[in-house]
Design a protein around this ligand. Structure first.
Ligand code: FUB
Length: 329
């Protein structure tokens, strides 16, 4: 039996995508990107994703209406930003709420920025600089308060193609860098630890490895399993579960590790492809049950950059394995 809001667009007055869901102050808050119905030709660099601001959504419960809390932060508020506010996440640390977002700087290079608020709904005031040493897209933050050595604020990020991750393989930004292919090891998401006010990384960013069942790194040609974009991290039974989109093959997959920085071992598929090119999600525990927040382009009739966010129940078994969701069954 499905809940009344389950697998339905949570709001339709604006297009929303890339939902990062959290429970803050007893409510469900969703931090999406804000798609715009612009007539921009689609390309592999994601020019069709011209997003200019963020609106935070919230629900009193999974069965309550979803509320748009209005403008939370706009491109013009951020001194270092040139364009394209893509998929954000949020975190609560020491009494403050943080919006962690990717955007292109004035040189058209994706960086990661942070903005602060006293309220989970914003408005968010951005730091005047991007996080030094950050690049690429799709930050996801785990505030890990249950690790053996105290609290950590981990950031996972990175995306291929328009997300520019391949362009940093030499250690500096070079747009002509060839993409890994064939038997080359696949690129993985980036990992770094934030300081307490999320104004800087306190570790050198490093790329995470995802292994197959034989302990070999996934290959670039393994497009059904290799990382593309949209990382998320949840902890379950003391283990770390990295989930992500495979991009070109449109799956949401997951991999497991005993450590936050891997190596991770590929475990399986969380969701079959949705309508639209992109798939991007978050996983959150609400009242003792697990839910997947995701988006698709069903409401817009399949227009890839006119997406709406949805949620559905996720079944996680005691050993951490996750049942695959068929989104339109
Ligand atoms: O929303 C813009 C981009 O599309 C995101 O950063 C990717 O994860 C994909 O969903």
């Amino acid at each position: 039996m499905r809940r009344i809001n389950e697998r339905k667009p949570l709001v339709t007055h604006i297009y929303t995508a890339d939902p990062s869901a959290h429970v803050f102050e007893g409510k469900i808050y969703i931090y999406p990107s804000h798609d715009e119905a612009l007539d921009v030709p689609e390309d592999d660099d994601g020019e069709q994703y011209q997003m200019h601001d963020y609106h935070i959504l919230s629900m009193d419960s999974l069965d309550a209406p979803c509320v748009d809390n209005g403008l939370a932060m706009a491109e013009a508020d951020v001194p270092w930003v040139g364009r394209q506010l893509w998929a954000p996440d949020a975190a609560y640390v020491n009494g403050k709420y943080y919006l962690i977002f990717p955007a292109k700087d004035k040189d058209d290079i994706f960086r990661i920025g942070v903005a602060v608020s006293d309220s989970p709904a914003g408005p968010f005031k951005p730091y005047d600089h991007y996080v030094a040493g950050s690049y690429s897209i799709d930050p996801a933050v785990l505030v890990d308060e249950t690790s053996e050595d105290g609290k950590h604020i981990f950031c996972y990020y990175g995306g291929l193609w328009g997300g520019q991750l391949e362009m940093w393989q030499k250690g500096y930004f070079d747009p002509s860098t060839p993409r890994p292919s064939g038997d080359d090891p696949a690129l993985g998401p980036m990992f770094a630890e934030f300081n307490e006010d999320l104004s800087a990384f306190i570790t050198e960013p490093k790329m995470l490895t995802i292994l197959d069942g034989n302990g070999e790194p996934l290959k670039a040609s393994d497009e059904d399993r290799r990382y593309f974009e949209g990382p998320w991290m949840h902890k379950f039974g003391g283990k770390y579960y990295l989930s992500y989109s495979t991009g070109t093959t449109h799956y949401l997959c997951y991999a497991e590790s005993d450590r936050p920085d891997g190596p991770f071992t590929y475990k399986g598929r969380i969701m079959e492809p949705v309508i639209g090119w992109t798939t991007h999600h978050s996983i959150v525990e609400i009242d003792g049950e697990w839910y997947l927040f995701y988006h698709d382009a069903e409401y817009s009739g399949g227009i890839s950059h006119e997406r709406t966010v949805k949620y559905t129940k996720l079944t996680i078994h005691e050993d951490g394995t996750i049942d695959t969701i068929h989104p339109y069954d």
